[in-house]
Design a protein around this ligand. Structure first.
Ligand code: NI
Ligand code: MN
Length: 222
């Protein structure tokens, strides 16, 4: 599987299917990608992004799925703790401690709960934490789903920052961690290198600090 960080929380997984998570790029467009399935962690503008314009089959919490269905999209609704298989790809919705609301929906649109995903296909398990604070049940996500890769927000202010994300990485136990949701704007400016160095000094976890648009290969048995 190839994993591309497109910036902010937007990640493209390419293998037997193309899965696009949280299709938002600051100042840019993700329309050039043609995913099979879009997964949306929550309703905030910097996550739901261009989901409606992309008009692809979408996996989201039931309230967002209803909103997307009203816009004519094929949306698969689910909720935290559940797992669904869509076109051979497994989506498990995980908790996130965060607020939500459909930012670009009609005023008063409700966004359900904020969430994360464990997405499994081609034998690789990817955990995208969404926007979240640190919570100790991340240990359960590690114990239950054994993700190969964890995408963790480190930007602070709206999510956990680097020191909390270090503990999250230990709770989850994925062999690779990729920091996301930082340096998009001044309010979430963070240097990811001390985070990388601190984790790699004290654990066997590898931290891949990517540039927006950069792609890495995640092997099944890396
Ligand atoms: Ni958010
Ligand atoms: Mn966000």
């Amino acid at each position: 599987m190839q994993l591309s960080w497109l910036g902010h929380a937007c990640v493209l997984l390419t293998g037997s299917k193309k899965i696009l998570i949280d299709p938002f790029i600051e100042g840019g467009s993700v329309i050039w990608t043609s995913p099979d399935i879009v997964a949306v962690t929550h309703g905030h503008e910097d996550h739901i992004g261009e989901t409606v314009v992309l008009a692809k089959k979408t996996v989201a919490v039931t309230e967002i799925a209803k909103y997307l269905t009203s816009k004519g999209l094929a949306a698969e609704g689910m909720n935290i703790g559940g797992t669904i298989i869509v076109d051979g790809v497994s989506f498990t919705m995980t908790p996130a401690i965060h607020s939500t609301g459909i930012s670009n929906g009609e005023s008063g649109s409700i966004g359900g709960a904020a969430a994360g995903f464990v997405i499994t296909f081609d034998g690789v398990k990817v955990y995208h934490a969404g926007d979240t604070a640190l919570f100790s049940d991340m240990k359960l996500i590690g114990d239950l789903y054994h993700p190969d890769v964890a995408l963790l927000p480190i930007g602070g202010r709206y999510t956990m920052g680097p020191s909390e994300a270090m503990i999250a990485a230990n709770f989850i136990g994925a062999r690779k961690v990729i920091p996301i949701h930082y340096n998009t704007w001044k309010k979430i400016e963070v240097d990811p290198l001390p985070f990388k160095q601190a984790i790699e000094r004290t654990t066997d976890i590898k931290v891949s600090v990517l540039q927006p648009g950069e792609t890495i290969v995640i092997d099944r048995d890396e």
